[in-house]
Design a protein around this ligand. Sequence first.
Ligand code: SF4
Length: 333
Amino acid sequence: MEKFKTTELKKFAKACGADICRIGAMSGFEGAPKQMDPRYIFPDAKSIIGLGFRIPRGYLRGIEEGTFFSVYEFMGYSGMNWRYMPHVLRQIVCYIEDRGYEAVPLPNWDAFAYNKSTDYAAPKDWVKPFHSRPVSPDKPAPDVAVSVRAAAVVSNLGEIGWSKMILTPEFGPFVRCVFILTEAELEYDKPIPPGTLCDRCKLCARMCTGQAIPADRSVKLKINGMEIEHADLDLAKCSNAYSGAVREFNPFWNPDFKMEDNRFMDEYLSKKYYGERRCTDGPCPQIMHVRNNPAIEGGRGCLRACYAHLEAQGKLTHKFYKPFKRHKEWKME
Ligand code: SF4
């Protein structure tokens, strides 16, 4: 069996395409809700490896300009989650297993969503979702849904900002994360304490087009022994805005189509559309009906405003010659 060194694993992870590789101890999940605790997935795991993948700034340039939206949706969101990161994950999992230690990948997508904790708010006409059953009374129901944010804190990848986004010292919120649980005992990185990056400027709250991030309502948690506080994010408002429900920020919205913003997700996730062949009517046919992931809003507050703020303060270690924010924000009538 090949010898196993943490430094070599990190070098390999970066050669495979991960931009950040940091490691933490599984004991950091102490106190996690049973249904979200990865120690039920792999009880012998000792270490969690956090892999951060940058969202290149150029993926969001077209949204900043208001002229080119599809590249973020394809390459910066679903393309990373469903294609690029799983390929890299597999290579690193195999690298670890070639050295005699089992390794479990945690990709960044919804686990099989049958366990109540992963239910989205659904329209009334939906069939009540079936929930999976634990295989024995001592276990959570499958699939255990590990919080990406908690895993990022435990693996020492970054901190949770007020926006509830993971902020990394390298790329701020322009990052997506996946994880590996392994029984190998590795060298652990230092935690990134709350407040290292997020200074509570609340720009994320002010700039969110969906008003999903309250400036004055928060949730407090303890993760990896650290007290963490983030905004009490309104997921329904976030999902609506993320999908293009705020028409002043969605150039693909057909102005002849009348629909209240807060009905947007209900309409488009209803049985009428969901799982059926995409059609071409609706407020923004190109986005909602032809493609899978309508990440059209491009995180105006939580991603773009926050990144610009951290960059302006010189807090990010990955540097550019020119700043990300180059002109006034656009907004349609
Ligand atoms: S915009 Fe400001 S308050 Fe919001 S997460 Fe970023 S640094 Fe924190």
